[in-house]
Design a protein around this ligand. Structure first.
Ligand SMILES: [Zn+2]
Length: 232
């Protein structure tokens, strides 16, 4: 177990003690949190991190985001800082039951983690969802965009982040064009589930080849830019 990662989860727990939340206890030391900021606002954005435990930077960015409290007042923000906390502390892509949460959205889900995501989506009915991931094997940034109408929003985000992104690249059989994968193949992912429920979504990928500090900063920038963007 990685002590530093347990510490960041404890810190997130501490920072969220006055925030209303939904939680799921996984074992004696682990739970999944869904934090509800500005509960009285209607427009809702859901942002998640830590689906794959070997993609740590977004979880650290969630900790900083909660620390800085730079939240706009005009929308409800639901944060799931770490979907797979047991995977995170053990640097595993999978849950303890060896399930890849982002391939667990068939007709029904097997993992507690995927079922928690379904429950949160049903409970809060978000207008837009951002899932922060990392691609450990890659050198440049890219975004999976599941709704053509959101392509320009993704282009704007990429331009504002001011980072190196893939211009033209094959990623696991999907084509990245100018930093964006549109209309990806179905793979029983959380994104597939969202789009079937008509909820637009981004899945961002910081590359493992960047330093952890840079990856945390870029993920924090994404969180801030998404919540502070004026509604469309
Ligand atoms: Zn991932």
């Amino acid at each position: 177990m990685i002590k530093e990662r347990l510490n960041i989860l404890n810190k997130i727990d501490e920072l969220s003690k006055d925030i209303s939340k939904t939680e799921l206890i996984l074992d004696e030391t682990s739970k999944i949190l869904a934090l509800e900021i500005n509960p009285n606002q209607k427009e809702t954005i859901l942002m998640t991190a830590g689906c794959h435990g070997n993609e740590p930077a977004p979880v650290y960015a969630m900790g900083k985001f909660l620390e800085e409290k730079n939240f706009p007042k005009d929308k409800r923000i639901i944060l799931i800082p770490c979907i797979n906390p047991i995977g995170f502390v053990s640097d595993s892509e999978f849950t303890p039951e060896k399930i890849n949460v982002n391939r667990d959205f068939k007709e029904n889900s097997n993992s507690k983690e995927a079922n928690f995501l379904r429950k949160i989506v049903k409970k809060y009915n978000p207008e837009f969802v951002v899932n922060l991931h990392e691609d450990p094997d890659e050198t440049d940034f890219y975004i999976w965009v599941e709704d053509n109408a959101y392509k320009s929003k993704a282009e704007k985000l990429i331009a504002e982040l001011n980072v190196s992104y893939f211009k033209d690249k094959d990623i696991h059989g999907n084509q990245v064009k100018d930093g964006i994968i549109l209309d990806s193949k179905e793979h029983d992912s959380f994104e597939d589930y969202l789009i079937k429920n008509h909820i637009p979504t981004f899945c961002t990928e910081t590359p493992g080849e960047w330093s952890i500090e840079k990856r945390i900063k870029v993920n924090l920038d994404i969180l801030n830019k998404i919540v502070n963007e004026v509604s469309k």
